[in-house]
Ligand binder design. Structure first.
Ligand SMILES: C[S@@+](CC[C@H](N)C(=O)[O-])C[C@H]1O[C@@H](n2cnc3c(N)ncnc32)[C@H](O)[C@@H]1O
Length: 354
């Protein structure tokens, strides 16, 4: 049982395990949330932008095409991190199908850990009937041929585990997870941080009393930056996140469509946290990448023609169909819904470093 695996880990240590370890087991253990279920779509625990409206993938697809046309115009890798049901890729492929040479020069690589979702992606792509498209699946970011690459990810980095820290009387404490053998419940325990590497990282946050750090996120992001810096390319990260001062912790869990207690329903609930975009930008700057775009979802989608596309596809619709498309489009761009919370970060390499 997954709960026993966590208890075993806790018993190896004095002060419990980090939240990062706890979340990693809950989500990515072979009995974890992302390994055993399909969390996506209208019947899942949450719904993502591509699952809300085809307009999202179409606008991203046209943007990716123009990026490729302006910067690369040759054989390239299109790499998606965490493709879910494959909906975003299918919308990108459909809108770019008539565009000269794009599909012919495309090598698609999908990075997906969840076997259930890999099968779903295969089924959905087969139903969409794109001819002569070369697609490979990977469960990690390795073994992909070096060539110019456009890498994109929607709601991928928010599911990578984080750690939480609190400053009290000038000391930093980490919020760990421990287990009470009598009550049989997990509980939070704060332990003094004395690891120099972590203290050095925390020293950067002089004005904050709380900090979230994610080695998983940073390491994964560094891997893709390393890859792109070797043969040029662009990285598009779309996620809900922040770039300002962190006022409150952002970790949240959802069980059966409802906010839940993070320490309950082990392995059966979704756990996410907001992405710290500043950290990603700092890492990218170490690779000398350009920040082409950093804006919210509303700004990106409006600037790239979502309303014009919506007007085009609703022209011959019934009144009911038009209303659904308009409501879904509003959900993507409305600042009270997904418009401001979700951010687009687009980075491009300055050419080859090798
Ligand atoms: C929140 S879902 C987003 C799905 C899709 N991008 C969308 O927008 O609908 C996260 C996706 O990332 C995958 N995933 C999460 N962590 C992963 C990891 N470490 N390696 C590979 N895939 C991962 C999940 O299985 C899932 O497909």
């Amino acid at each position: 049982m997954i709960k026993n695996k966590i208890i075993d880990e806790i018993q190896k240590r004095k002060c419990g395990i980090s939240l990062e370890k706890f979340i990693d087991i809950c989500l990515f253990d072979n009995e974890g949330y992302y390994e055993t279920s399909n969390p996506l779509g209208r019947s899942g625990d949450f719904i993502t932008s591509p699952e809300i409206s085809q307009l999202f993938g179409e606008i991203l697809g046209l943007y990716i095409h123009s990026l490729w046309h302006d910067k690369y115009k040759e054989k390239f890798n299109l790499i998606e991190l965490g493709p879910g049901n494959g909906t975003l890729l299918i919308d990108i492929l459909r809108i770019t199908k008539p565009l000269v040479n794009f599909h012919n020069l495309l090598n698609i690589h999908l990075i997906e850990k969840n076997i259930y979702l890999v099968n779903k992606q295969k089924q959905n792509l087969q139903l969409s009937k794109f001819d002569n498209i070369n697609i490979k699946w990977h469960d990690d970011f390795i073994n992909i041929d070096q060539r110019p690459s456009i890498i994109y990810a929607n709601e991928f980095f928010d599911c990578l585990p984080i750690r939480q820290f609190i400053k009290e009387d000038n000391n930093w404490y980490e919020k760990n997870v421990n287990f009470n053998k009598k009550t049989k419940f997990f509980f939070y325990q704060h332990s003094l941080v004395n690891n120099d590497k972590i203290l050095n990282k925390l020293a950067k946050y002089k004005k904050n009393n709380i900090v979230e750090l994610s080695e998983h996120r940073e390491n994964f992001f560094r891997k893709i930056c390393d890859f792109v810096s070797k043969s040029s390319g662009s990285i598009i990260i779309i996620d809900y996140g922040y770039s300002e001062f962190l006022k409150k912790f952002t970790l949240q869990s959802v069980f059966n469509h409802r906010p839940s207690n993070l320490l309950d329903n082990v392995g059966k609930q979704d756990i996410t946290s907001l992405v710290d975009f500043n950290t990603l930008v700092d890492i990218a700057k170490n690779y000398n990448f350009n920040v082409d775009v950093f804006c919210n979802q509303k700004e990106f989608l409006l600037a790239n023609g979502i309303l014009e596309r919506k007007n085009k596809i609703t022209k011959n619709c019934t009144i009911e169909q038009k209303k659904t498309i308009e409501d879904d489009c509003d959900r993507l761009v409305n600042e009270k819904q997904m418009g401001s919370f979700f951010k687009f970060l687009i980075l491009s390499s300055n050419g080859t470093t090798n």
